[in-house]
Write a protein that binds this ligand. Structure first.
Ligand code: FUC
Length: 779
């Protein structure tokens, strides 16, 4: 079709605000993204609903007579610089309501559009409403209780409990706090109650509210952890107490309306950057018999039923995609520390794998969606953490390298937040971490960041491998004594290590070229070595006897057999998240990757299924990627550790189930879905590379590509019909979209832009920083 002016106009307006500095609310034209249930939660892991401000989070259960709000803060860890410890539950807020009889119309929900949870019901004819959100600007969890149509009905008591037993509460006339010390850290939580109408009195270790019209409860909690300190401890406990007290004073002065509008402005500035619409409103239910609410487009069955009985529904695809973005905003902002195996949500003081920073796939997968899904700032807590630990003089990451007589740094598989590490040494994870540093540059084009943050770490990591690699008899460089995570023997030249080191060397070389191009002098000796070693390096992509990509260098491995369903895909790093294997480059290796994936099968732990969505998308097989998405959405109830490949899926609150809950699978699936819609890892942007037939009609706005380009697209019957791109930094934009005839590219003033055709289906044009370009496409 020819240029649809209205679409382009609305898209241009959208894209203007879709960049990383967006701050404006967009009108949602897609259906609301909402999880909802008709009963309270029974289990924090599988049914309670998460809110979070990036550091401070909570899970609300929505009980009618007894409400539990389990809360967490990212740094509450036992352990130290010399002992492992574990991530802890912080505590609970308990609210006991008087006489809630004849309860009807119960609904518990979480709006991803607003990051607000709600519980509502009527009891004896009175309508009760609770709202919950975690505010980034005000650093508090906000709980608002009201009876919108009737006054004086709120009668309840509220208490605050530490996640460890025997902690004494300090109760004042309108607040409760507890404070204590763990192995290394001091921690404290404070709660304040502000009632409108009625009375508020202290009652031993509780506060008692009688006859109030509405009640605002503010909760905040923190520790004195500080990543930038040598001891990992910052404030004194007194300073911590003052920080939290000040937070509550400021938040109380604001009042509910202002707290809520500050929260909405802040949250929507991130969340609204990406809209994904599969035009479900009219169609939902055709296949499965499920109905949608006519006015809103939200499924009429609760989310637990949606997953259990109607997982084919396209609404679930959109919801699950956006849930990953929601969880990212809720668990990765503020301080320089990444989210962990459960994001920030945890109800257990001895959680699986200590709920740690796990380097053999998990922490990396947590950040796969950050850049492409337009949440670049949420990548930063991970990036800053890597840069801090890698360059910390005498820090454990460097000490580990020194203990092997090498420069640079590396890590073990398990890490707490105090630099303590153990379990298998995972040397190539240093190269994997550097991929994140490089990707952040590739998407943002921020040279200052590249020069001052990313490059020093990438260079130091290269030096580690300069020292570690060994020459074979035929002058090939290989990593000696390496592993394929969690699988098989330790050997020389394992694909996992070779592919990651190749990625590191080639991306560091690209960084060198960018910095040289910007006139920044480089150490020629280092650059010479890097170039020479990159040439000699075994790239880890080799064909095996049954047509697979080999997991080990030699073909003699017993485990590298057809049908081995192992959850890790370490030999396919070069396919995703790396970029060596591609149909654009060499079909022979892409075919071998396909063979490997077929052999591994479509099941797996939660994160393994998510990884397979992205790898199938990279092979441009939308149908298979979609099959994996539906496999990732298998309904799961198991809450203990299982490595069985048929147990992975999601719980009714859509937390990914490894099992148990492990948030990497949520983030991996969101990244995989993005990969089905847009790819940019081969020096050009491929639009709709792996669109499955069931997504025949749809639109997506705000996905980002390397080079700092932000896209809006619409498609019909599987074909791109509308497209616009905003260039964040200027420069050449190359777009690949087979079977599309581009007629014209126009800038925002309607002026035609010169386009050259680089190759079949590949166009190129030069962009001006900040400009939005729209395309007319022949239908
Ligand atoms: C790795 C994986 C496991 C699990 C654990 C936290 O060891 O192999 O499946 O995800 O991390």
């Amino acid at each position: 079709m020819l240029l649809n002016r209205n679409f382009i106009k609305s898209i241009c307006v959208f894209l203007l605000f879709a960049g990383p500095v967006a701050g404006v609310e967009q009108k949602a034209e897609t259906v609301p993204m909402r999880l909802w249930y008709d009963r309270p939660a029974t289990n924090w892991m599988t049914s309670a609903l998460p809110i979070g401000n990036g550091e401070l989070g909570a899970l609300f259960f929505g009980g009618v007579e007894c409400e539990q709000i389990l809360f967490n803060e990212k740094t509450l860890w036992t352990g130290s610089t010399t002992t492992r410890g574990a991530y802890q539950k912080f505590g609970d807020v308990w609210i006991h309501f008087d006489g809630q009889e004849d309860v009807r119309d119960y609904r518990r929900e979480l709006s991803l559009d607003e990051a607000i949870g709600k519980v509502s019901y009527t009891s004896a004819g009175t309508h009760y409403l609770r709202e919950y959100f975690a505010s980034r600007p005000d650093e508090v969890i906000v709980i608002m209780l009201s009876t919108p149509e009737a006054g004086k009905k709120l009668n309840f008591s509220v208490s605050l409990a530490d996640g460890r037993p025997d902690t004494r509460q300090e109760v004042t006339k309108d607040g409760i706090l507890f404070r204590r010390k763990l192995d290394l850290l001091s921690y404290e939580a404070q709660l304040k109650v502000i009632n409108e109408g009625g009375t508020l009195v202290a009652d031993s270790n509780k506060l008692r509210v009688n006859g109030a019209n509405s009640v605002l409860i503010l909760l905040t909690a923190a520790t004195n952890y500080d990543l930038s300190s040598v001891t990992y401890v910052g404030e004194t406990s007194g300073q911590l107490h003052k920080r939290l007290t000040d937070r509550l004073v400021r938040a109380s002065a604001k009042g509910y309306k202002q707290l809520k509008s500050a929260h909405l402005n802040d949250y929507k500035s991130l969340f609204n950057r990406v809209r994904f619409d599969l035009k479900t409103a009219a169609k939902t239910g055709v296949k499965t018999g499920m109905q949608t609410e006519m006015k809103t487009g939200i499924p009429s069955v609760p989310t637990n039923e949606l997953v259990r009985l109607h997982k084919e529904e396209l609404y679930l695809d959109m919801l699950y995609f956006q849930y990953g973005r929601y969880l990212m905003i809720a668990s990765s902002r503020g301080m320089n520390l990444p989210n962990n195996l459960q994001g920030i949500w945890n109800g257990d003081n001895a959680p699986p794998w200590e709920c740690d920073i796990h380097s053999n796939i998990n922490i990396q997968m947590n950040y796969w969606p950050a850049e492409v899904c337009n949440l670049s700032e949420c990548h930063e807590p991970f990036i800053r953490y890597i840069a801090t630990e890698a360059l910390r003089p005498g820090g454990s990451w460097q000490q580990l390298a020194r203990s092997e007589g090498l420069r640079g740094w590396t890590v073990n598989t398990q890490s707490n937040i105090f630099g303590y590490m153990d379990w298998n040494i995972n040397r190539p994870a240093n190269a994997w971490y550097c991929m994140h540093l490089w990707k952040h540059y590739a998407y943002t084009q921020d040279i200052n960041y590249l020069r001052s943050v990313a490059y020093p770490v990438m260079r130091s990591t290269c030096e580690y491998w300069f020292d570690r690699l060994q020459l074979t008899a035929d002058s090939i460089l290989i990593a000696p004594a390496e592993w394929s995570p969690e699988h098989g023997p330790w050997e020389d030249g394992v694909a996992y290590a070779q592919q990651l080191v190749w990625q590191l060397f080639s991306e560091t070389m690209q960084a060198v070229r960018v910095l040289q191009g910007a006139g920044i002098p480089m150490d020629e000796d280092f650059v010479g070595k890097l170039s020479e070693k990159l040439k000699r390096l075994d790239n880890g992509v080799t064909l095996g006897v049954w047509g697979q990509i080999r997991e080990w260098r030699e073909d003699s491995q017993k485990l590298d057999t057809i049908g081995n369903p192992h959850r890790h895909l370490s030999q396919l790093i070069a396919l995703y998240p790396g970029n060596q294997i591609s149909y654009y480059k060499d079909a022979k290796y892409a075919d071998a990757a396909k063979r490997t994936l077929e052999s591994r099968g479509d099941l797996g732990t939660g994160w393994s299924r998510a990884w397979k969505i992205a790898t199938w998308a990279r092979l441009q097989d939308g149908e298979h990627a979609y099959r994996l998405l539906k496999s990732a959405l298998d309904f799961s109830t198991l809450t203990v550790i299982s490595m069985d490949s048929d147990q992975g899926g999601v719980y009714e609150n859509l937390f990914d189930s490894h099992p148990p809950f492990q948030i990497d699978g949520n983030f991996g699936a969101t990244a995989g879905i993005a990969e089905m819609l847009l790819q940019s890892h081969q020096g050009f942007i491929h639009l709709l590379p792996a669109l499955p037939a069931v997504w025949a009609n749809g639109s997506v706005t705000g996905l980002r590509a390397e080079g700092d380009f932000t896209f809006a697209m619409e498609w019909n019957v599987g074909r791109l019909t509308q497209c616009a791109v905003t260039s964040g930094h200027g420069g050449e934009c190359r777009i690949y979209c087979p079977a599309v005839r581009w007629l014209k590219v126009e800038n925002s003033k309607g002026e035609e832009v010169t386009v050259s055709s680089v190759d079949k289906d590949l166009i190129s044009f030069f962009t001006v920083k900040g400009e939005t370009y729209s395309f007319s496409i022949l239908k």
